[in-house]
Design a binder for this molecule. Structure first.
Ligand SMILES: [Fe+2]
Length: 273
């Protein structure tokens, strides 16, 4: 499990890299103060992430560990799934240590330290979400035996990366892929284009996703408790077998039985075609 970990080498960051973090941080916090889930904003506070510069993982881990027993460790980039899941199952979040180039400020496909740390770590302060991430890691290890990793990966995608949550004042953002992106932070909440559907674990596991553009559908959870409960109560083995015989649902498509919270125009996706 430890074989992929590397030192963060915090002292090796250049002033320009810290400055880029600060720029991204200021921009996202301004966007998110009204858009992000309260638990995410609370995590930023508890971890004192407003301290200037790229966070030192050691310091970050101390605060995070005190809250929920999680830690953060550096890895060279994407690591094999099994190692990734094992780390999650052991309450360790692995993060990229490099920061994007200034010309990639809006989008890059490979997760950098801003995506991984700003996007993912604040919610790990929330005890229920922290348990969900661990449960996901354990489920991931099991999914390898069933050859159903691509279905479980969709659950991660539509929750941990691109999830929305219902709040008293409307939908809020919690997915790391959204909250670490300026343009998707707006698109996910403000745009008429995407569908927003009620969370449905089985439906999600049948739904394809886009890695190269804004999402065409988002799934909205009622609470982190719902997410954790549905994941723990699902017997994934039989579910994977059941899904074998069901066709995938293409992203952006509505199905009978969907809980449609807002029906999107899909204008953004159609324009791109
Ligand atoms: Fe991510």
């Amino acid at each position: 499990m430890d074989e992929w970990l590397i030192p963060q080498d915090w002292n090796r960051y250049e002033p320009a890299e810290h400055a880029l973090w600060d720029r991204l941080f200021a921009r996202q916090v301004a966007l998110l103060s009204t858009r992000a889930a309260p638990a995410f904003l609370e995590g930023i506070d508890v971890l004192r992430m407003s301290k200037p510069g790229i966070p030192d993982f050691e310091e970050l881990s101390k605060r995070l560990h005190a809250a929920t027993g999680w830690t953060v460790a550096a890895v060279p980039g994407l690591i094999p799934e099994e190692a990734f899941f094992q780390n999650l199952a052991n309450r360790r979040f692995v993060a990229g240590r490099f920061i994007r180039r200034p010309d990639q400020i809006d989008y890059l496909q490979e997760p950098d330290v801003f995506h991984d740390v700003f996007g993912h770590v604040p919610l790990l302060v929330n005890p229920v979400f922290a348990d969900y991430m661990q449960a996901y890691g354990r489920g991931g290890l099991r999914s390898l035996q069933y050859g159903s990793l691509h279905r479980l990966a969709r659950l991660y995608w539509y929750t941990v990366e691109f999830g929305l949550i219902r709040a008293a004042t409307g939908f809020k953002l919690y997915g790391a892929g959204i909250v670490s992106s300026g343009s998707e932070s707006r698109h996910a909440l403000d745009s008429d284009s995407p569908h927003r559907l009620g969370f449905d674990l089985k439906r999600i596991m049948r739904t394809t996703y886009r890695i190269d553009d804004f999402q065409q559908n988002y799934f909205v959870i009622d609470s982190f408790e719902q997410l954790l409960r549905d994941t723990l109560e699902t017997d994934f083995g039989p579910l994977y077998s059941e899904l074998e015989s069901q066709a995938d649902i293409e992203t952006g498509t509505l199905m009978p039985g969907d809980r449609v919270l807002t029906r999107g125009t899909q204008a953004h996706a159609m324009q791109r075609r």
